[in-house]
Structure formats: C-alpha cells, structure tokens
Design a protein around this ligand. Sequence first.
Ligand code: AMP
Ligand code: FES
Ligand code: ZN
Length: 316
Amino acid sequence: MKCRRCRAPAVIDVRRHNAGFCAECFTRHCREQVRRAIEDHDMIHEGDRVLVAVSGGKDSLGLWQLLRELGYEADGLYVGLGIGSYSDRSGEFARAFAEQHAWPLLEIDLEETYGFDIPGGARAAKRVPCSACGLSKRHVFNDAAISNGYDILATGHNLDDEAAVLLGNVLRWDAGYLGRQHPVLPAAPGFVRKVKPLVRLGERELAAYCVLTGIDYIVEECPMAVGNRHLGYKDMLNQVEERSPGTKAAFLFGFIERGHERFAGDAAEEREDLRPCSECGAPTPGEVCAFCKLRSRAAAPRIPVRVEDVHAEVEA
Ligand code: AMP
Ligand code: FES
Ligand code: ZN
C-alpha cells in the first residue's frame, strides 16, 4: 500500500478513510484532524490558557503534544487517584514526558488534597470504582482549572470513547447526558470550558501516533476498569466497525451534527437548577454536591483498601 499523500510506502492504513499513510504524512493527518476539530467546534480562542488532563496514556500525552505542535500554550494536569501501582506508574509516564519537553505539569494527589483515594472512595460510597473515579476526575479537573486561572480544560477522549459513551446514552435514552455530550461544553458559572479535541481520531490512530513520534506511554489499562459497561460498548462497536468501516464515525458525527441539538434543551434545563454546593461551591442540583458526599463518606477514618479487593467485590 502507498501513502495517499506522497505515494511513499505506507506504514499504517486507516480503513475508515480508505487510505494508507507514510509516517510523516500520518502525523500530519493527526494534526490536521485535531486542527479541524478545534476549528469546526470553535474550541480554543487566541490567548486562551489551556490545561490538558494527562493520565500518562496514549490519548492524553498524544493530545498534549498535538496541541503544542499546533502552537497552543497548553500545560498538563496529572491527578494521582491512588489506584495502587497503576497510578504510581501512570504518574511516572506523565512526569517523564513533561520533563522531557520542559512543559509545566500541575500535579494533584486525591488523597493528599481531598483525603481519600479511588479504591477507598468506591468502597465507602458503595459505588462502582469507575463511577467514583469519573465523578472525582470531573470535579478535580474543573477545580484545578478554575483555581489556577485556565480558560479551558482539554481531555483525551477519542472517537472510540465518545462513540461508546453515546451508545450507552442512547441505549438508556438519557436526555440530560445526550444534551451534555458534545466536543465542547461552554463555560458557565462554576464550570470551566471543556473540550475534546481528539473526537476525530480513533484509538488505533492515537497509538500509532505515539509510536511513530516516540511518545512513551503507559500501555496497561486501569485495573479497576476491567469488565465495565463502557468497555463492552467499545467491543460491540468494534464488531460493527469491522464489518462496515466508518460506521463508528458516522454514528458519532451524525449525532454531533444532527442529534445533539435536539437534547441541548434538556441539559440546559438541568443547568438552570444548579446552585453552589454548600461545602465546596461547585454547581449542584442538591444542597451538597456528589463529590463532597463521596468525600465525606470516604474520608472517615478507615483501613486502607487494596485495588484487587474492590474489583472482586464489584464482580461478585
Ligand atoms: P478515562 O476517563 O480514563 O477514559 O480518561 C479520559 C481522559 O481523562 C483522558 O484522556 C485524560 O485526558 C483524562 N484523565 C484520565 N485519568 C487522568 C488522571 N489520572 N490525571 C489527569 N487526567 C486524567
Ligand atoms: Fe478509574 Fe475505572 S477506576 S477508570
Ligand atoms: Zn461540593
């Protein structure tokens, strides 16, 4: 196979685009997809200070580099979630990458700052680990961006992630979630603007981008995520994609272009009912926000919880 752009031998094929690329043209293709996503959705404006949430994985480290290559002044944010040795190693990858480029990396440790970690929080709140983890990440990312004066919080959610989330939301017809599922969530009182510049790139493309540009990332997945719903949806979509390449992108982009606006009103209604949490000030529909509730249950004196134990409990 030859490169679509320069006819040199191709090193990767992207079936969705029915095209092969050489290494140089492929990295250019990735940059172009990110540039287009930013432009199409008006994600970042001149002079905006961008904070990129980096987990040490391929998507977020790839995103940080792509944003820098496109000329944005993006700094990194790493959150230590306390998920055993997995968190220790992911932090090392994020730190090493930041040091290698001399790009500023903000670090927040959940236990040090908020008094609990994910395994302990999940058990105390009787929540599935990924639910406690997702809730905590959203809160900490928003808090870190606002208190450090950033205009934008960028995450490494890619096409595969977003399509899987969309499938889950559609299967339950969750109107509020569907109204909030968009590559850009505008700023609102108490909320920083949130963007997902990788929506036009798939998981495999991100892995190839990292390998081809020498980004050293943590390959192992979060040990607590094994068997969760989201991964099941990803598998289902991959099966469909295997039979008819391009379906995943058509599903997601069709929703963004034609479906999202039909649910935007539901999300706006939910936002109108928000008021500041009486403990932390973050917007919430109740008196105390879900993060503060989780925190107060989890931060009580306790015995440390091992990652493997929480996982076994959830499976049982
Ligand atoms: P996940 O929720 O694990 O699918 O991750 C989605 C995105 O959240 C990643 O692409 C990162 O941008 C961000 N992220 C996940 N874990 C962390 C972490 N520990 N610290 C900072 N950002 C993270
Ligand atoms: Fe963090 Fe599942 S516990 S992703
Ligand atoms: Zn709160």
